[in-house]
Design a protein around this ligand. Structure first.
Ligand code: ACK
Length: 994
């Protein structure tokens, strides 16, 4: 073998060197043809390493053809081979007398073979392929001294493609003066690398320089592929276009391009390029490469909890569980547990047991799960709020309710359940009187029911209450109607709807238990119910006969003409009213204005029952009205239990007009049937003789005239609240407001505008049920001491009345809503006088300027917002009563919405626009800033008013005296002081220091 290269494979970063004459040790054994052409000169450097150079310089002789051939160079993996030549080449001009023979280039050739040529093989230049003619870039460089110095040239040429196992290089000199200082042969490659946590091996570029070699990487240890990691190796040995990646597996994180195990106390639950996380609170990891931290004892992680979440535990029991009960609903309220276990997903389950016995006579209490018919609003399990309403419970039963607080880790450990218990006794007047309830007929909007009694009605029977609600809409609000007979036609229903009915009786002693629930559906919209048609026919036939009999009777008594005329007129008016746009709400009948009757007596007869005065026993005077005393007493109708009543009387010596005005209220009240409207029992108008056996003494020379209404034990709401300042929970106050809203919703749906809605006109019964009363005033407000004459001549209770009603007498249900807002304010301030001592005129001006009553002390933000909503200047922007009602229902169902108090966040909201701008103030300066009266700071301070206490007693004169001259500013400051006074009063009562 001849000329095999003895060089070791030298690897530079992106080059593999196949031959380098500067590093070759020993003889190179290159061949020259002819032997005296090229000269191989080997010298030693300082480190005794050989320096191989090849020289040729036959510039004087013509026709030179001198060859120098390398040893055999193994190709290795190379596909494209590069040759780097370093040489000097003398400029022919620098040599004298050589023109014509001297050359300045030489040629590079190569020959591929699969093995070295044998020594015997003759050198044949024609076997070699030419690579290029090599010329010097520059032969000399100029030194600073002006000398010319031979310059070293470096030229690189690509050889190939090389396909056989090895090759020779050959240098042809044709008469130049050359010193070949070094020859380096190499090929390029992409060096092994780590990219995106994947390892890529050394890769030789493609032979074709325009195409790339695709290389797939292998994930490093403890890493896993996301998208197949790839790199492309370019012709120049550069890695290009990284694609895909690997990520560190669970329990490992990336450090310096490798995946290392998480340290103890750290964990990594998901594969990915994230770092190991510190163990969350109340958990730990003891080993390396933890994929999760284990919870400390007593703490847990719910299935859906992320591993990054702190470990938690079940909550402690709910706190302060209380029950409230009224006629129809039982409310349970509680406070969230003191320890939520570190979680926010607390819900509550109500577990109900009915317990009988255990009355102390040795009878053991027996408890069993409650009847499934019990309705829980919003639901029995998974309640997110802190209250629940329970409906359809049995009367005279003992219930034990367990309210269980649960969170996502309840039940995971062995901890006891977090229960709070309350026992409720539901009193009632007796077992159910009504057995089976039947549907007699139904139409699209009505269902006629009748029922049988389980036993003979007791002697103190009063009436039946039929309660119903839409089956699909499990909601707190239900409807009810009363009847004295065991049948009823329930109207105002929706077509094709299933309703749930149950009936109970009322006796003088209270309500009996309800009948079971019965479900009946109304008819579909397009199918007329046969039963209804039948009844309508029967009714009209019956009505006709009645009319004939009545007509005959009235003709005989000489009153027919007037009656028929009056009746026709009123019917006509009613029809006109109906057609003139008032649409009755879903079947609720429309209010008929008694003034539309020619003879108001007819209205009284139509809507109020005449009571025999001998059935009434007046006991004492409880108040004074415009027309006469108001007494309390008992109404004892034969065959019924006596009931407590209030009796309004008309003073003796009245004029006929006064009698009519007095009875007007009865003919209005008699049209209403709603649990939150004062119920008219009847009137006394006709008796010839009246003997009063009571303390209430009448000096009647005229016929006695009385209006008998149900008795309300706690009297008027305003005085009632004033005597109970601070004694109710917010929820109880909201309950009162809700009752009023129910009554007002009913009135507005009937088309009745109250005009004098105020706390003084709301009556309160023994169960805190509030009922709307005082209906005479829808036309005249003469007897309301609050009413003042307006510019338009009407008498109006200014503080309660909407601006458009004061200004133009535009009364509507929307103006009633304004008044309702004032009633809310009265309720929340325990009967405080709206706008305190401000004059009516100032009230009107302040409202006009945009001022609104501030929230009473301790008033939830939500309620004050509702008030402000009711006091919108534009009447059509105020809520309707049913909106108010559903808003209050939401608050009741979710009492936590009542927790944020206005006083917590601001002190002096004074108009809807200004409301959010008021910060808590502490100094006089802050206070004046808060009411935008900062310019008077010095006036106050100079006059010695430096504390809140000191200003609380200031009068309007004091304000003027310290130099506040503008009326509007005086008004603003004094209003704020009034409010402040009220707040100070409350703060002092609650024991805080100001
Ligand atoms: O605040 P009070 O006790 O409640 O004083 C007034 C007074 O009569 C004059 O209106 C009371 N009052 C009016 N109607 C009733 C009623 N139905 N039940 C009880 N008290 C009544 C009212």
């Amino acid at each position: 073998m001849e000329g095999r290269s003895t060089l070791a494979l030298v690897v530079e970063s992106d080059k593999v060197v196949l031959l380098d004459t500067t590093t070759a040790l020993g003889e190179l054994d290159w061949k020259t043809y002819p032997v005296n052409g090229w000269d191989a000169i080997t010298e030693m450097d300082e480190q005794n390493r050989p320096i191989h150079t090849f020289q040729v310089c036959h510039v004087m002789e013509p026709n030179q053809n001198n060859w120098l051939r390398s040893g055999w160079i193994q190709r290795q993996a190379a596909q494209r081979v590069y040759v780097e030549l370093r040489f000097t080449l003398r400029d022919c001009n620098s040599i004298p007398w050589v023109s014509g023979t001297c050359k300045e280039t030489f040629n590079l050739f190569y020959l591929q073979t699969d093995e070295p040529l044998s020594a015997a093989t003759r050198f044949r230049p024609t076997d070699y392929a030419k690579v290029d003619t090599i010329a010097a870039d520059e032969s000399f460089t100029q030194t600073d001294l002006g000398d010319r110095v031979l310059r070293l040239n470096t030229e690189v040429r690509e050889v190939g493609p090389v396909t056989q196992k090895g090759f020779y290089l050959a240098f042809q000199d044709v008469g130049a003066c050359i010193a070949l200082v070094s020859v380096k042969v190499f090929y390029k490659r992409c060096p092994s690398t780590l990219r995106n946590l994947a390892a890529f091996p050394d890769t030789v570029p493609h032979m074709d320089s325009s195409s790339l070699v695709e290389v797939r990487g292998a994930c490093v240890e403890n890493a896993e592929e996301r998208d197949t990691p790839k790199l492309y190796c370019g012709a120049d040995g550069d890695w290009l276009v990284p694609l895909g990646r690997c990520v560190c597996s669970i329990g490992h994180e990336e450090t310096d391009g490798y995946c290392r195990a998480c340290k103890p106390g750290f964990f990594k639950a998901y594969a990915g390029n994230t770092k190991c996380s510190k163990c969350p609170l109340r958990s730990s990891s003891h080993d390396q490469a933890a994929t999760i931290c284990h919870c400390d004892k007593g703490f847990y992680r719910a299935i859906k909890d992320p591993s990054t979440m702190a470990c938690t535990r079940p909550p402690s029991p709910p706190r302060n569980l209380v029950s409230l009960i009224n006629d129809t609903a039982l409310f349970l309220q509680w406070m969230p547990p003191s320890d939520t276990g570190g979680r926010k997903d607390i819900t509550y389950n109500i577990l109900c047991q009915r317990c009988d016995g255990g009355d102390g006579d040795g009878v053991v209490t027996q408890c069993e799960p409650c009847d499934p018919d019990l309705r829980f609003i919003p639901r029995p399990l998974g309640i997110t709020g802190t209250s629940v309403a329970i409906l359809d419970f049995a009367m005279q039963a003992n219930y034990t309710f367990h309210v269980e607080a649960v969170n996502g880790v309840s039940g995971l450990g062995v901890a006891a359940r977090s229960l709070a218990n309350v026992t409720v006794n539901t009193h009632q007047a007796g077992p159910a009187l009504v057995g089976v309830v039947r549907k007699d007929w139904s139409s699209q909007n009505s269902i006629a029911l009748s029922w049988s009694e389980v036993e003979q009605p007791p002697s103190d029977f009063v009436d039946y209450e039929v309660k119903y609600y839409e089956k699909e809409q499990e909601q707190l609000s239900y409807s009810s109607t009363r009847t004295k007979t065991p049948s009823v036609v329930v109207t105002g229903l929706r077509p094709s709807t299933v309703y749930v009915f149950h009936v109970r009786a009322r006796t003088a002693a209270g309500y009996t238990a309800y009948s079971p629930n019965f479900e009946f559906a109304t008819a579909a919209e397009d199918i007329a119910d046969q039963g209804q048609v039948l009844v309508v026919v029967t009714a009209s036939v019956g009505g006709f006969s009645l009319l004939v009999i009545l007509t005959l009777f009235l003709l005989i008594t000489g009153r027919c003409q007037g009656y028929i005329k009056a009746r026709m007129k009123s019917e006509e008016k009613r029809r006109t009213r109906f057609h003139s746009g008032h649409v009755p709400f879903s079947g609720i009948k429309t209010y008929v204005d008694p003034d539309t009757y020619e003879d108001p007596t007819q209205a009284v007869e139509e809507f109020a029952k005449e009571i025999d005065p001998s059935y009434i026993c007046i006991e004492r005077v409880i108040g004074a009205g415009e027309f006469g005393e108001v007494c309390s007493g008992r109404l004892r109708i034969p065959g019924r239990m006596a009931i407590a009543v209030a009796i309004k009387t008309l003073k003796g010596g009245y004029m006929e007009q006064q009698r009519r005005d007095f009875l007007r209220e009865a003919s209005i009240m008699g049209q209403f049937n709603n649990p939150n409207i004062i119920r008219l029992e009847g009137v006394v108008t006709k008796s010839k003789l009246f003997i009063c056996l009571s303390v209430c003494v009448f000096m009647h020379i005229d016929l006695p005239v009385m209006i008998v209404v149900e008795y309300m034990e706690n009297g008027a709401l305003d005085s009632f609240l004033r005597t109970r300042d601070g004694q109710f929970t917010v929820l109880q106050l909201v309950g009162m407001m809700r009752g009023i809203a129910v009554g007002m919703t009913y009135l507005s749906e009937m088309g009745y505008v109250h005009r004098d809605l105020a706390a003084r006109n709301i009556l309160v019964d023994e169960n805190l049920v509030c009922k709307v009363s005082d209906f005479g005033m829808s036309r005249v407000l003469e007897d309301d001491t609050e009413a003042a004459y307006t510019a338009t001549g009407g008498k109006i209770p200014i503080r309660w009345t909407a601006p458009e009603a004061i200004a133009y007498g535009k009364f509507s249900s929307s103006s009633d809503v304004w008044s309702y807002g004032i009633v809310m304010w009265e309720v929340m301030s325990y009967g405080e006088r709206p706008y305190w001592e401000m004059s009516n005129q100032d009230v009107i001006l302040s409202i006009e300027e945009g001022y609104r009553l501030p929230a009473p002390m301790g008033c939830p933000v939500t309620l004050h917002q509702l008030m402000l909503h009711c006091w919108q200047k534009e009447s059509n922007q105020r809520p309707r009563f049913n909106d108010v009602l559903s808003f209050l229902d939401k608050l009741i169902i979710n009492p936590s919405s009542l927790l944020a108090l206005v006083n917590d966040v601001q002190s002096f909201p004074d108009s809807p626009e200004d409301m959010p701008d008021y910060p808590l103030f502490i100094s006089i300066g802050d206070w004046l800033d808060s009411i935008k009266m900062s310019q008077y700071k010095n006036n106050f301070l100079a006059a010695g008013y430096t504390t809140l206490d000191s200003i609380s007693t200031m009068s309007i004169d004091d304000i003027r005296r310290i130099g506040v001259c503008l009326i509007g500013h005086q008004r603003r400051i004094i209003s704020s002081i009034q409010s402040l006074r009220l707040q100070l009063h409350h703060i002092q009562q609650s024991g805080f220091q100001v």
